[in-house]
Ligand binder design. Structure first.
Ligand SMILES: *Cc1c(COP(=O)(O)O)cnc(C)c1O
Length: 388
């Protein structure tokens, strides 16, 4: 009965449009080693990528992937438990364990899949899942679909979490989940306090450090290293600072063995290409070696806040994610188009990605930007805010 779907689809799309929330993927064209993008043949300085360290466009990483292709072929050919796990996958896992200090690493094709695999596999009917209410959609969705009870605590609010944990029954198993760095706010979770609470409540702690690993901490080890804690499970994703694609779950021997036996996203999905695993090893090496990329980010960050006029309202963060919360979706879209007319690509982020009335420009800095680029952006931002 296709007409049922057609009516439903038209209604939903119409509503999205009426609310100013309709979205379209942009098709961009990038050239290697440049921070610029082209869209409809127009050049823009891109301030909306998660390639924080500028690795995605680096000649070294590109040639590592090419080298991997020549040595290991194009695709992995199978899921990891069949014949999809090759030597570069094993090497990458060992490298991640050594660098990040965990017994085991398991590779997934995406962070979305890793988060879903973890929560679906670990949680049971009688369990309780505690999540920061701003956690990523992949975590929230897994929590909603799993048979466990999910309780959200107020964002970065340890008192709110403590109150919820206090209601746990002694026999109830539970997991506390937070991001290390929040993707839309660029703020950092109070990881040390959350670790203390989770240990006290005998609750497992999972940190999704998609935006922290590579960028923060000694040798880019991420938010947990910076906070001086080790969670039970750490998720690192490779689509951001690593400049590539995929994810790893860092955990104990015991949890890894459990996931290998029971996590459907691991068992029934083709392993990432071995050439990609090989390139990811080089990416890890570059992250550890190139301290200058993190120093550059700090310099650019300082430059941006220094150059903006008082009243522009950019939130000062310790990460390369700089939100400018403007409220309505219309205002965010209008500021984003004004910036685009001046040659800057700064995405407007609207609900449901962020809370209602929390629409924002999400500016991200990368090590591929220069101080000059950031100065140009600051001038443009000052102007568009003045012209409103
Ligand atoms: C991007 C992101 C993911 C998803 O990772 P992909 O590899 O892009 O699927 C998961 N969690 C957080 C916090 C993210 O920002």
């Amino acid at each position: 009965m296709t007409h049922h779907y057609s009516a439903r689809i038209q209604q939903a799309l119409g509503q999205r449009k009426a609310l100013g929330l309709y979205r379209n993927p942009n098709t961009v064209c990038r050239l290697a080693n440049q921070p610029n993008i082209y869209c409809d043949e127009q050049p823009y300085l891109n301030f909306s990528s998660n390639d924080y360290l500028g690795l995605a466009q680096s000649a070294e990483l590109i040639s590592a992937w090419q080298d991997g292709l020549a040595r290991f072929g194009a695709g992995s050919g199978a899921s990891p438990l069949v014949t999809g796990q090759h030597v570069p996958h094993r090497n990458l896992e060992s490298r991640l364990c050594e660098w990040l200090g965990f017994e085991r690493a398991l590779l997934f094709s995406s962070g979305f899949a890793a988060n879903q695999a973890l929560l679906f596999t670990l949680l049971d009917d009688s369990d309780v899942l505690f999540q920061d209410r701003l956690n990523h959609a992949s975590l929230m969705e897994a929590g909603i679909l799993s048979s466990a009870v999910m309780r959200r605590f107020a964002h970065n609010d340890t008192a709110s979490l403590a109150k919820l944990l206090a209601r746990l029954a002694p026999e109830q198993a539970s997991i506390v989940v937070t991001e290390g760095v929040f993707s839309m706010d660029g703020d950092m979770s109070p990881l040390a306090d959350i670790r203390a609470l989770s240990l006290n409540a005998q609750s497992m702690m999972l940190v999704d450090d998609a935006h922290g690993c590579g960028v923060l901490g000694n040798d880019g080890r991420g938010s947990c290293e910076l906070a001086g804690i080790k969670p039970d499970i750490l998720v690192v994703t490779f689509g951001k600072a690593f400049g590539l694609q995929g994810a790893a779950v860092m955990c104990s021997q015991e949890i890894a063995e459990y996931l290998i036996q029971f996590a459907r996203h691991y068992i029934y999905s083709t392993a990432m290409p071995p050439a990609q695993a090989h390139a990811l090893g080089v990416s890890c090496e570059m992250i550890q070696r190139d301290q200058w990329r993190r120093e550059k980010l700090a310099e650019l960050s300082e430059c941006l806040s220094g150059q903006l006029k008082h009243g522009v309202g950019l939130i000062d963060t310790q990460t390369p994610i700089k939100p400018l919360v403007v409220g309505s979706s219309e205002r965010a879209l209008s500021l984003s188009s004004s910036l685009r007319r001046k040659g800057f690509w700064v995405a407007a982020i609207r609900p449901p990605t962020v809370p209602v009335n929390g629409a924002r420009l999400r500016i991200t800095l990368t090590a591929a930007h220069s101080v000059g680029h950031v100065e140009q952006l600051a001038t443009a931002l000052n102007e568009v805010m003045d012209d409103e």
